[in-house]
Design a protein around this ligand. Sequence first.
Ligand code: HEC
Ligand code: HEC
Length: 249
Amino acid sequence: MSGTRLFFALCLVVSVVAFGAAILTSAPASAMPPAPGVGMGIWKAYNCEGCHTIYGQGGAYAPDLTHIYAARGRDYLREFLANPAAFHPDQRQMPMFGLTKSETDNLLAFLQWVGEQPAAQSWPPRPITVSGGGSLSAAPVTAPADNAAPVSDDPVVRGQALFSNTPAICSTCHSLTPDVVIVGPSLAGIAERAATHAEGQSAEAYIRTSIVNPSAHIVEGFQDVMQKNFGDVLTSDQINDLIAFLMTQ
Ligand code: HEC
Ligand code: HEC
């Protein structure tokens, strides 16, 4: 008798587990769990996508990371992120970000989650519409607190803040000190150079094109690796502010 009971109890447990697993594995791509969601905010805040692609979106400077979690494993990635230069000294180098342990944990959760998505169609995660009609981003974007750009009436001040803060973070690749090359050319003196770079184009127009369509002119000695989606990522006000700032350089 108790054997039958045990059998039914086991059946119940198994079906609950199976049902739960079915719900979990069939969850739509937009339902991003908390840790990967935070990781995606960090991914954006450090502009990892300025150099890397996920499902083809992002910059072409560095390897695609869609399936990096499965390819490399957690321990390797943790060590790599702590000190990228130690790994492949003869290749392009990734900057050392000095990530905290929890930032690394969340980034790894994000990269793991990304690799488990069924197909490219589910990338980027769709916004979740909450009742009441408002729209919430699936991933809470948690930029480090010091990344909050101060609000100013002056476009030059706003542009300067944007230059080194999310979502632009031009400073991952561009220095403002003459002749210092990170990934892209130094933008010191860009206003003057821009005026002569493209015939029949104002300096402002040249800089705008450089931001929204980087492939239009490739600066000699550099590769076409600047992120191509700034026209979508930045608002037109933000682009105007960046141009106003760069025109002072
Ligand atoms: C300025 C460009 C740049 C930025 C920004 C950047 N990376 Fe990289 N990353 C690289 C380059 C170059 C490599 C290849 C270097 C190598 O393999 O040694 C790389 C490699 C990697 C790898 C693969 C390592 C391997 O051995 O397969 C991971 C994972 C990675 N980056 C994660 C990140 C994360 C997470 C961020 C944001 C916090 C980030 N990267 C931001 C340039 C960048
Ligand atoms: C992933 C690295 C990367 C990021 C991020 C990046 N750039 Fe670039 N940028 C480059 C590279 C490489 C070039 C040179 C190749 C070319 O002309 O596209 C360049 C070229 C430029 C030029 C033309 C410079 C000249 O002398 O003609 C401008 C202006 C510029 N970037 C502005 C920006 C601004 C503004 C941002 C932020 C919104 C930004 N870039 C973000 C890599 C980057």
